[in-house]
Design a protein around this ligand. Sequence first.
Ligand code: TXA
Ligand code: MG
Length: 378
Amino acid sequence: NTDSNSNIQDQVTKQAIEEAAGLIRKGGVVAFPTETVYGLGADARNTTAVEAVFAAKGRPSDNPLIVHIADRSQLTELIADVPSVALTLMDAYWPGPLTIVLPLLPNVLSSRVTAGLDTVGVRMPDHPIALALIAEANCPVAAPSANRSGRPSPTLASHVVEDLDGRIDGVLDGGPAGVGLESTVIRVFPNGDVQVLRPGGITIEQLSSVTGAKVISVGGALIEAQSAVSPDHHNDMGIHQSYADMDSSEPPRSPGVKYAHYAPHGQLTIVRGSSPQAVRDRIISMLGEYTLDGNVTGLLAFDEHLSGYPANSANYIISLGSLATPAEAAYKLYAALRFCDEKGVTFMLAEACSEEGLGEAVMNRLIKAAGGRVLDLS
Ligand code: TXA
Ligand code: MG
């Protein structure tokens, strides 16, 4: 019957988690599901293990990893002083898609995790498998998204296999990840100011509603401006600046923002404008031109507009869900980009959505995936 089936399933899962935790304890690297995307986990205290994470992803070594914990007691081993605003946010949103950058105690983690910074991004994921794995491994788990560097983050175990097969020690398959986009990364300053370094699963509205604190959003534009910094100026990003010297009026110092991200193989452009008809007409005509040029074409559009596109206007027309529910677009975006790659799509256009709520994170990732190519009609 179903009951004993689910018991067997539970045992299989428990065994897999124990096996994966054993691998992490021995210095291995294992991919696991979280409520945002799949992560690639390693013991954050073990330099060899952390280096293996960077190597498997092909990740630049100056881009620090997020450290995952299963229990608040693990926090005291990492951070000396947690500002009260940070505690309030943890109470409200942990476990959950919120990463908080705080000053790190010396000599508790491999310095590779933080890329030499004196701060660390910490989060407690809201996923039973992730929490059980971290608890069983009994260590802080460093885990970036489990994709090859520059590829869309994995929302399924099969995406991890696609990118990292043969390069890691295992994958815990927990089905589809939840939110579909990565966590919100924030800094909390000693004075209680909150700065968003990367929009994500927890919205600006959610951050300010519980803290009453000043929340500074960096916004897609500023992130894009930073990603245009030339590689010669890496060290001007203030990566080695001390946390104590920072204040919230300075530009964000999340090293990851300067790298190209989430890129599909084909060329993606976002078409945006106040008139949906004008956007649609332009999209149809551009797709037509690029098809004549021999491209395999793709279109990412919202449900409200889908019926306006003739079926033959692109080789692949993919829904991002309803404009009214950006959570759908968040959930579908990375899989849609990977689908286009699989189909050999060379030219893609995407509609834009409003940057309210989770829409801000969706547009942030979409603009990154497009390498900043946004065609503004209005
Ligand atoms: O949802 C998520 O956050 C997923 C899952 C697996 O937890 N993880 C994830 O990790 O997206 P990753 O490595 O792909 O992105 C981490 C981001 C990067 O942009 C990095 O630069 C930033 O967090 N970051 C990490 N530590 C930081 C620090 N000490 N200061 C500033 N930014 C930091
Ligand atoms: Mg990532």
